[in-house]
Ligand binder design. Structure first.
Ligand code: TEU
Length: 548
């Protein structure tokens, strides 16, 4: 989908973006208030995480009615006005479709609980005695993936929270219902969709224990996944819109198929492999320093693999489930500005469509909460208990949450240096970071050296230079552990990108011909020191982009 190559998507977590009515909870009118800011950034699409009617057990990823707006977020009129106001500014709204599961408060599930067999077939209800769950699969939020319903003598499947029951995509009626929901929103003028954990929707025919893992190998990129996606896209004609699938624990081969235009599935995919290089033995709840050589290898494999296969990447560091990237792979103290800019440049100049998560563009950091009372996220609260059961001390458990909790990214957007950061007049639903006096939009808006200005520059460059959206990518200096280095080529043009991943000086090597190239972009004010024809020395977290 290379015609999407020059587009940029901005992700909004409405609950934490801007509270217009002072209840401590962000809302749709709050988003409308900030549209000029977003248009000023230069972004093309706004992806809003779910604001549909929901008990909010998983902050809206537990949908009780896909066609209604949760009153906490506003009204349908508010949304219609948002769509219109966006259009006026040349931006489109993308909605987040949570189709792997519904909330157990959804009418379908409620009918199933009443014994209605038609609706039981909408989910995975399995007979079985109370002692034995149908399989040993684990929920992604901890504990068994099955819940027993005594009144029915049946278990139901929930890969996430117990209030998020998995939908049975094998049932044609379910697929038809979901298509109707898409049509409903398309008719309202929605320009794109993000599909939540969409590569988990096709479950296996045989239900068996996983003797090697938590069950994911049976349902990840499952047996009918490509069929279901093709059918959904064809019958709702969303191939003309922008679509992105969130792919959990996926493979390159599947992502090529999900996103290659000739397959007519989705425009692009998110994968998370590059965000696991600091998981010890693949375990999110064991801390480790980031393995940068592994990061380099993953980017090379995915970038070149998608390129060769004709797939298309969604480029991102941050979202509402991930800790803040500057706290994670950068340095939020001494090299806060430099590292935030370098990390931004590194992915924005790769092949794919970049996504910016609210607050990333001003270098927001993790909040460093000190007490479990400050956390709200269901996954964090579950894992806090699990970590204590594993004999971690509460200090250790808090240290792990401090680095890994999803609440790290969900703190209120820092607009100003006021008490609640200009997010709200009252106390926010989740505590705002202490550093909002220093890190906020207001402080960066008129500063040409700010992180915000750097993001604007990256977005503007993408619009200006075809090579960024269309160019081929090749990686080099693969054995240099400290520096990510790649080239982009398009017609006669060439860009060379060096990113120093470390907080120390590093050196990048140079080809003689590059000596004549001009510096297009950097995150330090002065020019790079080209020592001689053999070497470019990079300062801590420096990014240098040379143009032929
Ligand atoms: O996330 C899917 C997902 O698997 C995660 O990134 C999840 O947060 C991680 O596995 C936990 O370690 C999506 C949504 O982005 C997330 O907010 C929802 O909670 C989840 O699906 C369920 O709908």
């Amino acid at each position: 989908m290379t015609d999407l190559g020059n587009k940029v998507v901005y992700q909004i977590y409405p609950k934490s973006f801007r509270d217009s009515n002072g209840d401590g909870f962000g809302d749709i009118p709050g988003v409308i208030e900030k549209l000029d800011y977003l248009a000023g950034l230069g972004v093309d699409y706004l992806w809003l995480t779910p604001f549909f009617l929901s008990p909010q057990k998983d902050n809206g990823y537990d949908v009780a009615d896909y066609r209604r707006i949760d009153p906490k977020f506003g009204t349908m009129e508010d949304l219609e006005s948002l769509i219109l106001q966006c259009e006026k500014r040349g931006m489109g709204i993308m909605l987040d479709m949570v189709f792997n599961h519904t909330s157990t408060a959804h009418e379908w599930f409620q009918k199933a609980l009443e014994g209605n067999e038609k609706y039981q077939e909408y989910y995975y209800f399995k007979d079985g005695s109370q002692e034995y769950a149908p399989t040993n699969w684990q929920s992604k939020f901890g504990g068994s993936a099955w819940e027993y319903v005594p009144g029915l003598n049946k278990w139901y499947l929930h890969l996430f929270d117990v209030t998020q029951a998995d939908l049975n995509w094998g049932n044609r009626q379910v697929r038809e219902e979901l298509k109707e929901i898409i049509r409903f929103w398309k008719d309202k003028g929605i320009k794109g969709f993000r599909f939540d954990v969409v590569n988990l929707i096709s479950k296996p025919e045989i239900w068996e224990d996983d003797l090697e893992g938590d069950g994911r190998r049976f349902y990840t990129d499952g047996p009918h996944i490509h069929e279901y996606l093709k059918e959904l896209v064809k019958d709702t004609e969303i191939d003309a819109l922008i679509t992105v699938g969130e792919m959990s624990s996926t493979s390159l081969e599947h992502c090529v198929r999900y996103s290659s235009p000739k397959e007519k599935e989705l425009s692009m995919c998110f994968n998370f492999h590059h965000l696991k290089v600091d998981y010890k033995d693949g375990n999110k709840w064991e801390l480790m320093e980031p393995d940068f050589p592994a990061l380099k290898t993953l980017f090379r494999q995915w970038q070149t693999g998608m390129q060769e296969g004709g797939g298309w990447n969604a480029l991102f560091w941050c979202n509402h489930d991930q800790p803040r990237i500057v706290s994670r792979f950068g340095d939020e103290e001494k090299y806060w500005k430099e590292s935030a800019k370098m990390l931004a440049g590194m992915i924005h100049l790769m092949q794919g469509t970049p996504y910016i998560y609210q607050g990333e563009e001003i270098g927001m950091t993790n909040p460093h909460y000190t007490s479990i009372q400050q956390y709200r996220d269901v996954e964090s609260l579950n894992y806090y208990k699990i970590l204590l059961e594993q004999n971690k001390t509460s200090e250790e458990a808090l240290e792990i949450l401090g680095a890994r909790s999803r609440d790290n990214s969900r703190t209120p957007m820092q607009w100003t240096d006021e008490i609640y950061g200009g997010f709200s007049k009252s106390e926010p639903w989740l505590p705002i970071s202490d550093n909002c006096g220093k890190i906020n939009v207001k402080a960066q808006q008129d500063d040409s050296t700010s992180i915000l200005s750097f993001y604007k520059k990256l977005i503007a460059l993408r619009k200006e230079k075809e090579i960024i959206s269309k160019g081929r990518i090749t990686f080099f200096a693969q054995d240099n552990e400290d520096v990510m280095a790649y080239k982009r080529n398009w017609e006669e043009q060439e860009l060379i990108i060096f990113c120093n991943l470390r907080g120390e000086n590093s050196s990048a090597g140079i080809q003689p011909e590059w000596n004549t190239y001009r510096k297009l972009l950097g995150n330090y004010d002065s020019s790079p020191e080209i020592i001689d024809l053999h070497d470019i020395s990079l300062r801590p977290y420096e990014i240098i982009v040379l143009e032929k």
